[in-house]
Design a protein around this ligand. Structure first.
Ligand SMILES: *Cc1c(COP(=O)(O)O)cnc(C)c1O
Length: 364
C-alpha cells in the first residue's frame, strides 16, 4: 500500500492558484426565507407547469441534445430583439460563458479587467484560468470612475473587459455614455453582462452592431430559470463563430433546452413577474430609506444593497429570525457593513422588513 496521502499528492500536483482558491460558498438555506441569491420568488402558472410536465415526459433523454439548439436559439432571438445579423452562443449559465471567454483570450500576460466591487466570478475565473486580473475601484457612490478606468485600460491593455449592467452587488446602471467611452477605448473585447436586464431601463443589445469589440451576455437565471442553467452571449458572427469552437458540444441538456423554449414562449408571464418585482423593489427601497440607521442604494436589479452600522450583527440577527440575505461585509473594502437583499414576494418582503426593524431597534 502506498504511504503517500491523497492530500499531499493533490498539494504536489495541483496548480498553486487552485490550492489558494476558496470555493464559491453557497450557504445552507433550507427553512429560511431565502433572499440571498437573486432568484425570482415566483413559479409560473399551474397550466404552464403542466404543459412543461408533458413536454418533459415526452423528451428523448436517451439521446444527446441538439448541439446547435436551433429551436431554442430562435426563441431567444425573438424575445431578445436581437439586431439583424447578430449571433447567439449558449452557455450552461452565464458563468460558463465567462470561463469560455477567459479560455479564448488567454495568451501569456493577457489581462482580464473589471471594476470593483462587481460580480466576484470575473476575478475568480481569471484566477483559475491563470489570467492576470485587474480591477479598478468604482467611485464611492458605485458609479464608474471614468478617468481612472480609461487610464488603467491604456496602461494594462486588457484582452477582456467585463462590465455588469446593472452592476452586482451595487444594483446601479453605469452611465451609458461612460460605458461607450470604455468600449471605444478598449483594445480588446468588452462584454456587457446584462444578468439583470429584465429589471433595468437600458440595454446594450441595440448597440451590438455599433462596436466591433462588443458582446452582450445575458442569463435567464434572474428571470425565473436559475435551476435550468442557461445563459447566452450575443454578438457578431465573427466572434460567436470562433467562440463556438470552445463550447463543449452538449453543454445545454435536452431538458433545459425544451423547458427554456417553452418558458420563453410565455416570456410575457416572466416579464409580468419582473414588473411585480420592480414595483416591490420600489416599495422596499422606500421602507429601507425610512430607517435612519440604514443607507440604501438605488437599484435597477432585483435586489437592494444597503449599509448598516454593523453588518455582521444585522445579518446574524436576521438569520436568527429566519431570513437569509447576503452579507458582503468581508468582501471588497468598499462594501464594509453592506448587505444585499433579493426582492422576494410581498409577504417575504414584509417579514424581512419587520425582522430588520427588530434587529436594528435591539442594537440601538
Ligand atoms: C447571477 C449573475 C451571473 C451568473 O448567472 P448564471 O446563473 O451563471 O447564468 C452573471 N453575472 C452577474 C452580474 C450576475 O449577477
Amino acid at each position: 500500500m502506498s504511504t503517500i496521502s491523497a492530500s499531499s499528492l493533490a498539494a504536489a500536483l495541483l496548480r498553486q492558484e487552485v490550492l489558494d482558491l476558496h470555493a464559491y460558498h453557497v450557504p445552507e438555506s433550507s427553512g429560511y426565507i431565502k433572499l440571498d441569491a437573486m432568484e425570482n420568488p415566483y413559479l409560473v402558472p399551474l397550466e404552464l407547469r403542466d404543459a412543461i410536465a408533458r413536454i418533459v415526459a415526452a423528451a428523448a433523454i436517451n439521446r444527446y441534445p441538439d448541439p446547435n439548439a436551433t429551436s431554442l436559439k430562435e426563441k431567444i432571438r425573438a424575445v431578445t430583439g436581437l439586431p439583424q445579423g447578430m449571433e447567439v452562443l449558449l452557455g450552461n449559465g452565464s458563468d460558463e460563458l465567462i470561463q469560455l471567454l477567459a479560455m479564448a483570450v488567454h495568451k501569456p500576460d493577457a489581462v482580464m479587467f473589471s471594476v470593483e466591487p462587481s460580480f466576484v466570478m470575473y476575478k475568480m475565473i481569471a484566477t483559475f484560468t491563470g489570467m492576470r486580473y485587474v480591477g479598478v475601484p468604482l467611485n464611492a457612490d458605485f458609479s464608474l470612475d471614468l478617468p481612472a478606468t480609461l487610464a488603467a485600460i491604456k496602461r494594462e491593455r486588457p484582452a477582456l473587459i467585463f462590465l455588469a449592467y446593472p452592476n452586482n452587488p451595487s444594483g446601479n446602471l453605469f452611465s451609458a455614455d461612460a460605458m461607450a467611452q470604455i468600449i471605444r477605448a478598449a483594445p480588446g473585447l468588452v462584454v456587457v453582462d446584462e444578468a439583470y436586464y429584465a429589471f433595468a431601463s437600458d440595454s446594450f443589445i441595440p448597440c451590438l452592431a455599433s462596436y466591433p469589440n462588443l458582446l452582450v451576455m445575458r442569463t435567464f437565471s434572474k428571470l425565473g430559470m436559475a435551476g435550468l442553467r442557461l445563459g447566452f452571449l450575443a454578438g457578431s458572427p465573427a466572434w460567436i463563430g470562433q467562440l463556438e469552437k470552445l463550447r463543449l458540444p452538449y453543454n445545454v441538456g435536452v431538458l433545459p433546452q425544451l423547458v427554456a423554449e417553452k418558458l420563453l414562449g410565455h416570456h410575457e408571464v416572466l416579464l409580468q413577474q419582473a414588473e411585480q418585482i420592480k414595483r416591490d423593489r420600489a416599495k422596499l427601497y422606500q421602507q429601507l430609506s425610512e430607517i435612519a440607521a440604514v443607507k440604501v442604494y438605488a437599484s435597477e436589479a432585483n435586489f437592494l444593497l444597503f449599509r448598516v452600522a454593523d453588518a455582521n450583527r444585522v445579518f446574524n440577527g436576521l438569520k436568527q429570525r429566519g431570513v437569509l440575505i447576503k452579507n458582503l461585509n468581508s468582501g471588497h473594502p468598499m462594501l464594509k457593513d453592506c448587505l444585499r437583499v433579493t426582492i422576494g414576494t410581498p409577504d417575504e418582503n414584509v417579514k424581512f422588513i419587520a425582522a430588520l426593524r427588530e434587529v436594528i431597534i435591539q442594537s440601538a
